[in-house]
Design a protein around this ligand. Structure first.
Ligand code: ADP
Ligand code: TRP
Length: 323
């Protein structure tokens, strides 16, 4: 049996990039018969940028509803809020004291974010240590994440190794990053990586009219309707290709190449595909969002189990540290 663990920061409603790049591959892994999955909502990480309580609660519910809308099986696996397991904060402090300062200072994610954000707080700097605690507190073996998170997993392994070496015991399992090679970076409406921070994301749970509006904002070039077009450089086609079956892709490719097919047509086709492809998750998501009591119940079940695992590991850690 393998233990799989991953988290999603609750900054917003999960977008198409999060769903295709993180949620669906993780759920696929969780379905493999002998795997046990721990999927959590990184609401402590969200505090780095999100200070408003009611927005946070809404985002937490939205991330939980997304996992459940895509049929994450909470009988077999665990779904929980990071903040409901206080042991993770205690472990974070211990790990802080085993993390060389330059390791954090050299993090790509920190350099990138600290250049762009106005609020460069210490939480942003020590974020990878909380992430390491999230993982090694539960003896996670495989961590499915996007490519942007690879360095954080390396940091996690380095910290865990430093700790194990210091006490000459295998206290922590060294986790392995799991990247879905087929799942490339999902482009946003402007062609850059789809991201909350670039405001170029597609929220598939939007009401139909608003969803269509967002799809219509996808940036295209100025090739006229009647002219042939290059599908491979087009942002609409790139997104369509990620969701469509082979026949649909071939048909749209043909339409682009022969001309007389405008970007407006392609955008409508993409919009309709999103609606059909995500019909069930859209219904289930809104149903759950209007029943927060159901979400709360599901989360608390996962949290009770996660807490037990966390307490057991922390006892071991306190013991070797002499606390
Ligand atoms: P954002 O960039 O919108 O802030 P996060 O950093 O919260 O997204 O990402 C949550 C998860 O979704 C991570 O595992 C990340 O790698 C994945 N992810 C985010 N955006 C994309 C994307 N455009 N393509 C593929 N995976 C993505
Ligand atoms: N840093 C991850 C992200 O932004 C979220 C996260 C927090 C995470 N803790 C984790 C992912 C532990 C995997 C494992 O996407």
């Amino acid at each position: 049996m393998s233990r799989i663990l991953t988290g999603i920061t609750s900054n917003n409603i999960p977008h198409l990039g999060n769903i295709l790049g993180a949620v669906l591959p993780a759920i696929e892994l969780s379905k493999q018969s002998d795997n046990e999955s721990l999927f959590f909502i990184a609401d402590l990480h969200s505090l780095i940028s999100q200070k408003d309580a009611s927005t946070r609660i809404e985002s937490v519910n939205s991330v939980a509803a997304t996992w459940l809308a895509f049929d994450f099986d909470t009988q077999k696996n665990l779904l929980y809020r990071q903040s409901r397991i206080p042991e993770v904060c205690e472990l974070t402090w211990y790990l802080n004291c085993f993390t060389p300062y330059p390791m954090l200072a050299n993090s790509h994610s920190f350099k990138d974010k600290s250049d762009r954000l106005s609020d460069v707080n210490s939480g942003l700097f020590t974020y990878p240590i909380l992430m390491a605690a999230d993982i090694i507190l539960y003896d996670a073996e495989f961590v499915p994440v996007g490519k942007d998170q690879i360095q954080h997993l390396e940091i996690t392994r380095d910290i865990a190794t430093a700790f194990n070496n210091k006490y000459q015991q295998e206290i922590f399992v060294l986790p392995q990053v799991k990247i879905d090679e087929n799942m490339m970076t999902i482009p946003g409406t402007d062609g850059q990586k789809m991201s909350k921070s670039y405001n170029n994301f597609i929220n598939i749970f939007l009401p139909e009219k608003d969803l269509l509006k967002v799809v219509k904002t996808i940036v295209t070039d100025t090739t006229q309707l009647e002219e042939p077009k290059n599908p491979d450089t087009c942002n609409v086609f790139k997104l369509y290709k990620l969701l469509a079956n082979d026949a649909q892709v071939a048909e749209m490719r043909g339409n682009y190449l022969k001309g007389g097919y405008g970007y407006g047509h392609a955008k409508t086709a993409l919009y309709e595909l999103i609606l059909t492809k995500f019909e069930k998750p859209r219904i289930r998501y809104h149903d759950l969002m209007s029943h927060p009591d159901l979400l709360e119940k599901e989360l608390q079940i996962g949290e009770a189990k996660a807490r037990k695992m966390a307490q057991k590991k922390l006892k071991q850690v306190r013991n070797v540290l002499g606390f």
